[in-house]
Design a protein around this ligand. Structure first.
Ligand code: NI
Length: 400
């Protein structure tokens, strides 16, 4: 009797199903690592994934351009799983035998690992389904272009990736979590970061007669100080909305008020609702702060991605699967990252969770993501496949 419900303490381990596939999936990952491709150019990667899924008797669907979606099993979908497949424009410095052969491009964020994890899950579930029907469907989304703004997730959603999907889960390599462990967090686990650029123009003139000008230097200073101040009083401070200017420039002489000036900065935010709220408020607040000075305001607000907000139930499913597959001590609390992750777009209408997959060798070298020397402990591959595979099975009705 197999039972994958959250409540089951002794759900059957998926490990034995993975065993015969693991070497091949590891090779698959190394091949991807040697042939990294940039966002929306993942043609070879897409072809490799597609061909292997077909070989397994599955019916994958290619997305427009790059990316693949495949359904494993039959009947209603229990969950979707998402893995991102793109690499970064960074020079690889790992010295590994399977280091990048595409100079200037590397899998410095571990997306080769995510792709292999998802392939491993698809192959493993396909085997299980052949032996005994899963009793439902698990959808696996191989998503292109996570490293772009606003991200390839939107292209997947536009092409029906979430049709019939009640929830979604994903993982990201974490070089700060030890291999054998996973990191989880209920609520926001990544953050939002938008870019703001404000241009002011007005009548310049002599600093002895500011009343005959539209003094935009003074107005810029007011915006710099008052826009963050107003937002801090209009939006819950716990949401961590933080507007910080990185650049202000206007004028050339101490006694001349210039005719134009510009400032730019970022608006970061820890909370999804506040991200929407702040986006709407920003435009109004900038204009209202500048209004008394008669200057002309043009605001360019480039939205990044919202924070990934993990739901309670889906996080619990992942944690239960991890404890069953990796042991009772395998779950650690993940801090909220200030980085962005386009998985957030999938969570705008349905619940889901992103987990951190530990890739750090205890006592070993410290790495960080988005660096040319990032080495993933390959033991993490089986961990990722087992945990997310088992979590996905827990969303299907129990098999008998
Ligand atoms: Ni990444």
């Amino acid at each position: 009797m197999r039972n994958y419900s959250l409540e089951t303490e002794h759900a059957e381990s998926v490990g034995p199903w993975l065993e015969p596939l693991l070497d091949e999936v590891l090779e698959f990952r190394r091949d991807l690592h040697a042939h990294p491709e940039l966002s929306f150019q993942e043609h070879r990667t897409t072809g490799k994934i597609f061909d292997r899924l077909v070989m397994a008797g599955l019916s994958p669907r290619r997305l427009e351009g790059t990316g693949v979606i495949v359904d494993v099993g039959s009947g209603p979908i229990g969950t979707a799983l998402r893995g991102d497949i793109d690499a970064l424009p960074i020079i690889e410095e790992t010295g590994l035998p399977y280091a990048s052969r595409n100079h200037g491009v590397t899998h410095g964020c571990g997306h080769d690992f995510h792709t292999a994890t998802m392939l491993g899950i698809a192959l493993m579930l396909a085997e299980m389904d052949r032996a005994q029907p899963l009793g439902g469907t698990i959808r696996i989304i191989f998503q292109p272009a996570e490293e772009t703004m606003p991200g390839g997730a939107l292209a997947c959603i536009d092409q029906g990736a979430l049709d019939g999907v009640p929830r979604i889960m994903a993982l990201h390599c974490d070089p700060r979590v030890e291999v054998g462990k996973i990191g989880t967090r209920i609520g926001a686990i990544t953050s939002a970061s938008d870019t703001i650029r404000i241009e002011l123009s007005g009548r310049g003139g002599h600093t002895s007669r500011p009343h005959l000008t539209e003094d935009l230097v003074f107005a810029l200073a007011q915006i710099a100080v008052n826009v963050p101040a107003v937002l801090s009083r209009r939006i819950d401070v716990r949401s961590g909305v933080s507007v910080v200017w990185g650049q202000i420039s206007a004028g050339a002489a101490p006694n001349a008020i210039p005719g134009s000036g510009v400032m730019s900065g970022t608006m970061r935010c820890l909370d999804r609702e506040a991200w929407h709220e702040a986006g709407e408020l920003l435009d109004r607040v900038v204009k209202e702060v500048a209004a008394p000075y008669g200057v002309e305001v043009s605001l360019e607000h480039t939205r990044g991605v919202p924070p990934v907000v993990n739901s309670e139930h889906e996080t619990a499913l992942i944690e239960a699967a991890a404890r069953a597959e990796l042991g009772p001590e395998s779950v650690v609390l993940a801090p909220q990252s200030m980085g962005g992750e386009d998985f957030a777009w999938f969570l705008q209408g349905i619940p889901g969770a992103l987990m951190r997959l530990g890739t750090h060798v205890p006592g070993g070298e410290e790495y960080d993501l988005h660096r040319g020397d990032y080495i993933v402990d390959e033991r993490a591959l089986a961990n990722g496949i087992c945990v997310l595979g088992a979590a996905a099975l827990r969303t299907l009705p129990a098999r008998s």
